[in-house]
Ligand binder design. Structure first.
Ligand SMILES: C[S@@+](CC[C@H](N)C(=O)[O-])C[C@H]1O[C@@H](n2cnc3c(N)ncnc32)[C@H](O)[C@@H]1O
Length: 216
């Protein structure tokens, strides 16, 4: 499938949109999942680069995202009127979904968990609650976590949340019974970033792509 990456962005740090960091291999790997999914749920919209990409290219998908920052929320809501952006934090977004979109629990859903880091000057990291909720409620899910440490390739940069690395150790007990896949490519295909940024795919399905390694 061909897709468009918008040249327009509201992010003051970039000159063009950079969904999934603008990493074209990442996008290529998850394209089929996006085509098959009925819901896209993102935590941390920021300026909507990834959300705009999903909204522009996948008419099959209902996109829901949350952004608590007043300024970003206002900008992004005007930028992507077709998406459902809620001005709340994660994990509150999951209460919102339970109340308004519980039908998604039985539909193929792709998650982009990107809300780790600081919010309001405090370290706030809802990752465990997010993963736990998804696993307990969704039948058919693909969880993508951004800024995740890759144990197979140290070229991929990852975030520290406080003094804890964004890595499998933090959620290990929650994902023992599902499949965890790491990217194993090395080419930098983004026009916006100087580095490969780490990510991980966690799913209750088997995922076949030779650019990904199944974690044992
Ligand atoms: C890295 S940016 C998101 C980029 C965006 N997901 C994309 O791919 O284009 C992270 C955003 O998460 C927001 N954020 C931080 N903590 C949050 C939380 N607990 N819930 C929701 N959003 C949060 C921040 O305000 C910031 O705008």
């Amino acid at each position: 499938m061909s897709y468009i990456i918008s040249k327009e962005t509201k992010d003051p740090n970039y000159k063009c949109g950079s969904p999934f960091h603008g990493d074209k291999i990442f996008i290529d790997i998850i394209l089929k999942k996006l085509q098959e999914s009925e819901y896209f749920v993102e935590t941390g919209t920021a300026y909507g680069d990834t959300l705009k990409f999903v909204n522009d290219n996948f008419k099959n998908i209902r996109a829901i995202s949350c952004e608590p920052d007043d300024n970003r929320y206002e900008i992004v809501t005007n930028f992507i009127p077709g998406a459902e952006i809620v001005k709340i934090t994660s994990p509150e977004i999951f209460t919102y979904i339970k109340e308004n979109h519980s039908d998604s629990f039985s539909k193929k859903t792709i998650f982009w968990l990107d809300a780790h880091g600081e919010y309001n000057g405090k370290v706030f990291w809802p990752l465990r609650e997010e993963v736990d909720f998804i696993k307990k409620n969704y039948k058919d899910y693909c969880i993508l976590i951004d800024d995740f440490k890759n144990p197979y390739n140290s070229q991929f940069k990852f975030d520290m949340v406080g003094n804890i690395p964004c890595s499998i150790e933090y959620i290990h007990d929650l994902v023992q019974d599902v499949n965890v896949y790491y990217p194993n490519y090395t080419e930098l295909t983004t026009e916006s970033w100087h580095d490969l940024i780490g990510w991980v795919l966690i799913t209750n399905e088997n995922f076949q792509d030779d650019r990904m390694i199944l974690h044992k």
